[in-house]
Design a protein around this ligand. Structure first.
Ligand SMILES: [Zn+2]
Length: 294
């Protein structure tokens, strides 16, 4: 996951508004349950193997860490496939990528920096009992267009539609997922709240498979952009729920903290991280997966 520049208009100022929206969404769930319309969980009964697609080395864990821990505890086998975990070619960093590296304080070597982030992901997955798999496509901040120009040239540039010059990546990711995907697997895609281009690529590739998908709300974007979350959820309905316990929350917080290089991007420190994830959990988010509304 990449840096949200300081001063972003959506960061912490919307916390109170976020909580109000989450509580309304959670209340809707309880009302649905009373009407007998609660999430069906039918996949849980017949499919033991779950794969979460994570655009970057942190997204699935940040978004669903508690849920994944509870699933593993219940006997399910969970893998987390990180698509944009590739080692970039040894070209000079773009200004945006350099600014991110400065923030992350990862090793100066590009390869070692990615290796550090992969190691963080391995630790995070271990804390949840999930199996990581890292694909070879580099993060968008490392990619360049055919003419050599960086795909991302400004701080907010990654929160944009898929660049026309990278449309081929959807087919490439589709092919990689398809060739690795076992039969009888429940596949979970990012919903793309926040609009990050790598999240869009992963979702588009997953949808090209033509099989039933579940979706997770991309955290922390779902918390930072409450109006966008609410708008996105109009197109989805809850299809799976599992209560994340206090122990699940702790595992979630611990697994998020494993992404040491990313903490400064989103939180003031471990105490802030714990509080923010707990607030999201208390609002009922993190217990659900969705399907696209038909
Ligand atoms: Zn991401």
């Amino acid at each position: 996951m990449v840096k949200i520049p300081s001063g972003c208009h959506c960061e912490h100022s919307d916390a109170k508004q976020s909580l109000q929206i989450w509580m309304r969404l959670f209340a809707d769930t309880r009302q649905c349950a009373r009407r007998g319309e609660t999430a069906r969980n039918d996949l849980m009964v017949i499919i033991m193997n779950w794969i979460y697609l994570s655009p970057h080395l942190d997204d699935a864990v940040l978004s669903c860490g508690g849920l994944i821990w509870e699933q593993v505890k219940s006997g399910l086998v969970v893998e987390i496939w990180t698509i944009c975990a590739g080692f970039p070619p040894p070209t000079p960093l773009s200004p945006v990528a350099q600014a991110l590296h400065d923030r992350w304080q990862t090793p100066a070597s590009l390869r070692e920096s990615v290796a550090t982030r992969r190691a963080e992901d391995v630790l995070a997955c271990r804390r949840l009992g999930a199996e990581p798999l890292h694909f070879d496509i580099p993060d968008c901040v490392y990619r360049r267009l055919p003419g050599g120009k960086p795909v991302v040239v400004e701080d907010q540039g990654m929160f944009a539609p898929i660049h026309p010059g990278e449309a081929y990546l959807v087919a490439e990711v589709f092919g990689q997922i398809k060739s690795n995907l076992p039969a009888q697997t429940c596949l979970v895609s990012p919903m793309t709240v926040g609009g990050h281009m790598d999240h869009r690529i992963v979702r588009a590739a997953a949808e090209r498979l033509g099989q039933r998908l579940l979706y997770y709300a991309d955290y922390p974007y779902a918390a930072q952009h409450p109006q966008e979350l609410a708008a996105a959820l109009v197109s989805f309905s809850r299809d799976y729920s599992l209560t994340v316990s206090q122990a699940g929350l702790r595992a979630w917080q611990d697994s998020v903290a494993a992404y040491h290089s990313q903490i400064s991007t989103f939180w003031a420190g471990r105490t802030d991280l714990d509080a923010e994830v707990k607030a999201y959990w208390q609002a009922g988010m993190g217990n659900f997966l969705w399907q696209a509304a038909s």
